[in-house]
Design a protein around this ligand. Sequence first.
Ligand code: TRP
Length: 417
Amino acid sequence: MNEEFKVTPWEVSGKVDYARLIEVFGTEPIDDKLLERWKRITGSVPMALQRKIFFSHRDLNWILDLYEKGEKFVLYTGRGPSGNTHLGHLMPWMFTKYLQDTFDVPLYFQMTDDEKYLSRDELSIKDTLGFSYENALDVVALGFDPKKTFIFSDLEYNKTLYRIAIEVAKRLTFSTAKAVFGFDNSTNVGMIFITSMQSAPAFLPSVERGKNVPVLIPHAIDQDPHFRVTRDIAPKLGYYKPASVHCTFLPSLAGSDKMSASKPETTIYTTDDPKTARKKVLSAFTGGRVSVEEQRKLGGVPSVCAIFQYYYYLFEEDREKLNAREQKCVRGEIMCGECKQELAGRVVSFLERHQEKREKAKEIIDEFIVSDYSAAYDKLKRPQDKKEVAKLKKSMKEYCSVKEGDRIQIKKTKELE
Ligand code: TRP
């Protein structure tokens, strides 16, 4: 790949050239024709598509073809819970929420806490499980439909995912994994398996329903290598290849790279208290000149300005207002201080509202979480009908491969005590 930037599932650095990524990864650009089609089907084009924040896809037209014929798809996305959620993570999730509302479809949401345990030296299993919960609160706070949204952690849902994962793993050679992900002899062996775990939810809806279900995965472009593998293997297992739609990265407040959890000063977390968030915005990198006089004379440079990017990506939906702001800046009619203050106000009120919803999410999160324990426990606990219980015990037995006469053991977890 181009030397000036790097985009892999575990590292994004430099100034990303997205047009080049489309070429290198071999995806399709989201062009005007597709946007017109989108408008025809849904009635409008959301900001994320208009502004090319979601800029690339695989097989989106196929998903729309099926949808127009009356066959609905399922959404799948996820999060690697390595820390608190920041605004950059919310972008694809908000778009996913828009997709759920617009097409009225279910969402499977994977927390790859196993992956983050394996890929981050400093994190324990307890840490990543904890972040699965914390991050899930942010997902729930965005307002997904509890009846149609299933959030699961790999560590807590592995029994369900594992069978699909090993079907994938059997068809993925070490040599391919090395070529796609750049693994070498010092890579821990767990990492070699995790792409199979990430493939599993793309096939889970088909496994559950006993027929092929089309899946659309909204995700940041850095995850594409995983889904190239998934798509490669899908037909070998008799499943549809999942389609996908890809977003760019929200730049950091330092004005370059993506907003990264490892640089807390230039990253706004959903859990930041408003005062801290305000301070971060006020110390952001701008496209301003060295002095007010210079700026009045020469104008600012919005294209390199972190503050302008925040308006563009998240905080100014109105296209005309955004253009007016840009023009004023270029003409030297607005100073950076004013622009920052205004953005800080918007960020703070967003955070206040989000944090309220995040608190409420704690009361309803159980409605969203699926785990092996909850599924098994629910099934055995709920039905009153003896025949139904016998049937479920039999299928549980088959599922767990317990020998005739053995007692089925369900591991107790905190939630069951
Ligand atoms: N590996 C992803 C990450 O580190 C998390 C993830 C799992 C994901 N499944 C996904 C992201 C599906 C997007 C779509 O962030």
